[in-house]
Each structure stands twice: as C-alpha cells, then as structure tokens.
Design a protein around this ligand. Sequence first.
Ligand code: ZN
Length: 131
Amino acid sequence: MVKVQTLEQEKQQIRRMSELLRSGATMMSQVCPVCNTPLFRVKGQLLCPRCNKNVVVVKEGEEETTVASISVFGELENTVLNKLIEIDNAIKATKDVDRAKELANALSIWLDAFERLKRIQKISNPQASGS
Ligand SMILES: [Zn+2]
C-alpha cells in the first residue's frame, strides 16, 4: 500500500479550503507543521484544512517567524505550483459548469497562496528572489 493522498481527499481538502474562505476565514502565511498546508484563521484560531485540526503557532515577531520559514516556503512553493498545474488541467478537462466554478475557486485560493509566498520570500531573502 502506497500512502498517497487520493484524488477524493484532495478534492475534499480544496472544498474545505474554499468553504473556509467563504465563511470569512483568512488564509495565513504560516503553514501547518505537519503537512505544510497554509493555515486558516477562523474565529481567532488557526486551523489546518488538511489535518482538520487547530494549530498553535508560537509567534516571536513577524520577522523572525518569516526568516525561520524560508526552507519551508521553498518546499511549499513547489506544492503550490503543482496544485496550480493540477487545477489548471482539471479545469481544461471538465465540462461541468459547477465543477469549473469550484475549480476556479480553488485556483484563486492557490494563486493567493502563491502570491503570498512570493511576497514573503522577497521580504525575507531579497538576494535570492531572481527566477
Ligand atoms: Zn496539517
């Protein structure tokens, strides 16, 4: 048995994320220490949409947190890029209007995450931000 996330789980995760956003949750720059998924702030608490658990982040000032997370963000960037490609492919493949809408929602979530990542990387490491 290979332990990979099934497509169904993935769909559920994306659905949960868009539901969170719709219910007024904010996507955070912090990621879950367990699965590297961007965390959401819901009613003052951080929630991981993948683990479906509350996450406590110890904050020692914005700057320090950011610097400490550079390596995590590099990895996360790959994850986000892969997601964007997957979603793009799924949008092209689907003929269902509702599904396309759902995917567009997911796309905007991941694009948001990507933009945020880029911004954080630029702030924390201006020299290495060339592509
Ligand atoms: Zn998690």
